[in-house]
Write a protein that binds this ligand. Structure first.
Ligand code: PLP
Length: 347
């Protein structure tokens, strides 16, 4: 279920339920999108070559080892179709991104849940659950909805412990926001192994969620398999055009990152000062914990009346928590004020 987008009755609405960018896309991406509108009668380039080359230039990667998709969801689903079948097992963590069990079940495989520690993926728990049937391990790094991450050393240890027939899928949708020295999005591990892929998205820092655009970097044999089964035009022409402009506009990416680096700790601090527990996040959202499910639901309704749409995350086995995207300054301040009013405290 996607995040809600309507708050009936509220004069002004702030959608903070889907981890979208509060600053929107690069103006250059919007211009490229509009320009692409002049050519809607044409099929897109089915290989998205210019986009793959632009991504390759930006990250120093071979464009032949990149495949693009209609959002990273598309790529996760294609991986499931290519590598999972009846009787196989795919591991994800307790509060891992919900697309993973959906992908596994859709392919006839069994999702296997590895417990987390402090709302963080735990390498030992994942490795304990590997069996001869395991074909895939999904790791969101950072994870949604917790915002926590696993260090590069731990990801390497996870990879080392996996048999070679298991594909490690590192979903780095929020990589651009992370400011930790011990974090690596996955590029290095993909470059040096045959059973690791990394998925990325244009929906978050690039602010292009509406266009549905993602990419994956992987070993040649995996890229080949995905290219064989994907739709011939799985990425549309305006998305390709906007994606190239977005990936090249490093100044806009930095602007969005700076905004997040300023307001993420502010939210964690201010909400913490109200006496609510906030999971330490490295992404563009925070997970706020309440004493129980009823209070979380009441708070959600209270915020909704003020046009502040957060996300209840009961489906993620976190019924007593609300997830909030880092918003504009106005939205962030309004949420803290509303939480304080709800709790009967001064902000
Ligand atoms: C961890 C994670 N992976 C993947 C996605 C999907 O992103 P996309 O819009 O590229 O399909 C999301 C979206 O919220 C996410 O949180």
């Amino acid at each position: 279920m996607p995040g809600r987008s309507k708050a009936p009755g509220a004069a002004k609405v702030f959608k903070l339920s889907s981890n979208e960018s509060p600053l929107g896309p690069s103006p250059k991406a919007i211009a490229a999108y509009k320009d692409a509108g002049k050519h809607l009668e044409d099929y897109p380039d089915g290989s998205a070559t210019d986009l793959r080359e632009a991504i390759g230039r930006m990250f120093g990667l071979d464009p032949d080892r990149i495949v693009c998709g209609a959002g990273s969801d598309d790529l996760l689903n294609l991986l499931g179709r290519a590598y999972l079948a009846d009787g196989d097992e795919a591991i994800h963590t307790t509060h891992g991104f919900l697309v993973y069990p959906i992908v596994a079940l859709g392919a006839g495989a069994t999702p296997v849940v590895a417990p987390e520690k402090d709302h963080t993926a735990n390498v030992d728990e994942i490795l304990k659950r590997v069996t001869p049937r395991t074909k895939m391990v999904f790791l969101a790094n950072p994870n949604n909805p917790t915002g926590t991450y696993v260090s590069f050393d731990e990801v390497k240890r996870l990879h080392k412990g996996l048999p070679s027939h298991v594909l490690l899928v590192i979903d780095a949708a929020y990589a651009e926001y992370v400011r930790k020295n011990d974090y690596e999005a996955g590029i290095e591990l993909v470059a040096t192994s045959e059973n690791v892929v990394m998925t990325r998205t244009f929906s978050k820092i690039h602010g292009l969620a509406a266009l549905r655009l993602g990419w994956m970097y992987g070993p040649a044999h995996v890229i080949d398999a995905i290219n064989r089964i994907r739709g011939p035009f799985n990425v549309n022409l305006p998305a390709i055009a906007a994606g190239i402009a977005a990936i090249e506009d490093t100044a806009h990416q930095e602007y969005s990152r700076e905004h997040n680096s300023k307001w993420l700790p502010w939210l964690i601090d201010e909400i913490g000062k109200l006496g609510l527990k906030v999971t330490p996040s490295v992404a563009n959202f925070v997970l706020i914990h309440f004493t129980d499910e009823k209070i979380a639901a009441e708070c959600n309704a209270f915020l909704m009346k003020r046009g502040l749409i957060l996300r209840q995350v009961g489906a993620y086995k976190l019924p007593a928590a609300l997830r909030m995207s880092v918003g504009t300054e106005e939205a962030n301040r309004l949420v803290v004020k509303a939480l304080a009013d709800f709790l009967g405290k001064a902000a």
